[in-house]
Write a protein that binds this ligand. Structure first.
Ligand code: NAD
Length: 370
């Protein structure tokens, strides 16, 4: 069994509390012959600023590059509201994404049967939902130049953002989409605005070319991003993998997230290129939620998003499908038993804290693996 090196970056607020549950799970898996994980820990975010005056040190960035996967908690909080902009806690995460060139952001939207009523949509629309939003993360309008605000001198200002994509950026994200689809229900929906944006025209063309050249076996459809947003709340189960640019992905992934009920349940992965020498793909796994300063230190945060993010590392970095399925089934079983953290509490269910939920999930794994 290979040894996988994980860099754990718990971060701030509830980050360390939910990461503690992943640490427990890793220890359990190591002691039950379900993998050999070696872990190192580091600081990122406000905690790194307090210790070193920067949101992430070069040393931690190098460790992240060398690791087989980075498991990230959450950063930020009111304590660091006044630190210089370039040292704000989020700058640590942004630097990791940039230096590791994590261009593909995977956000699954999965509704656990026991939580179907927590969605803002009707149960029948979301029950059994399992879709994947794939967002391009390092290009597009958030990074394109020029990006300016100019004073026009007549009491007016002009703000400019630039939406820009090169062929290679679209090709590589399209490939990730088709590869993901092959391991799921074999369908990719590409969303852009080819009717009004040149980047949309190129996006549409390049995704189509990659499909025709390399992935003819996968079903591909093109949907305009605005129509796609409507379909996402009208009939979300029609989708499998949705691939889209940075801006549309930012919004569509948040819409899809809410179909599933709670922020405390949502996992994500950010993937980079496969290194031709080592054949390893750089990767960072993190819950979608932030550091939740309002509940930090109370032991009541939901650890499921963090645990599900670790499960994504097993699936996408290590190909440990059986173990991933086991963790996901254990989460579903703990919920089916009626156990809830405060954020997903409902009448008639038992409300428990962070550590008790982590223990319950491991308990279900014990039963399922027996
Ligand atoms: P948030 O996600 O931290 O919290 C939003 C709400 O959801 C809060 O009421 C919180 O209590 C609740 N919540 C979030 N995660 C939960 C969990 N696991 N269990 C139970 N409840 C949970 O977003 P915010 O309040 O807008 O931001 C707080 C801080 O986190 C800010 O400093 C922000 O910049 C930062 N942030 C960091 C990341 C990240 O690290 N990737 C992402 C988003 C926000």
């Amino acid at each position: 069994m290979p040894t996988y090196n994980l860099l754990l970056l718990p971060g701030d607020g509830i980050g360390p509390e939910v990461m503690a549950e992943v640490r427990k799970l890793i220890a359990w898996m190591n002691s039950h012959g379900m993998g050999t994980f070696a872990t190192e820990e580091g600081l990122c975010g406000g905690c790194a600023y307090d210790a070193h005056g920067v949101a992430v040190t070069d040393e931690v960035v190098e460790k992240a590059k060398a690791a087989d996967a980075v498991i990230f908690g959450s950063v930020g909080g009111p304590k660091w509201d006044k630190v210089p902009y370039e040292h704000r806690p989020e700058a640590g995460l942004l630097r990791l994404r940039k230096d590791l060139q994590l261009y593909a952001n995977l956000r699954p939207a999965v509704t656990y049967p026991a939580l179907a009523d927590a969605s803002s949509l009707k149960r029948e629309l979301v029950e059994g939902l399992d879709i994947m939003i794939l967002r391009e993360l390092t290009g597009g309008v958030y990074f394109g130049e020029p990006k300016t605000i100019t004073d026009l001198g007549n009491g007016q200002k002009r703000a400019v953002d630039t939406q820009v994509y090169d062929t290679y950026e679209i090709e590589r994200i399209a490939r990730v989409a088709f590869e993901l689809a092959r391991k799921r229900r074999n369908k990719v929906t590409s969303m852009e605005k080819r009717n009004v944006m040149k980047t949309g025209v190129l996006w549409n063309e390049v995704v189509g070319q990659v499909h025709a050249r390399e992935f003819k076996d996968v079903q591909l459809e093109h949907v305009l991003a605005d129509a796609g947003a409507m379909q996402l709340v009208r009939n979300p189960k029609q989708f499998d993998v949705i691939v889209t640019d940075n801006l549309f992905g930012d919004m569509l992934s948040d819409v899809a997230a809410m179909l599933t009920g709670s922020l405390g349940m949502l996992a994500s992965a950010s993937l980079g290129e496969v290194d031709p020498k080592t054949k390893k793909r750089r990767a960072l796994y993190e819950p979608v939620h932030g550091s939740a300063p309002d509940i930090a230190g109370k032991g009541i945060a939901n650890p499921i998003a963090m645990i599900a993010s670790f499960a994504m590392a097993l699936r996408y970095s290590f190909g440990m499908i059986r173990e991933t399925d086991l963790i996901e089934a254990a989460i579903a079983a703990a919920l089916a038993q009626g156990l809830r953290t405060a954020d997903i509490a409902s009448a008639g269910m038992q409300t428990i804290g962070t550590a008790a939920m982590g223990d319950a999930i491991i308990g279900e794994m014990e039963k399922l693996a027996a």
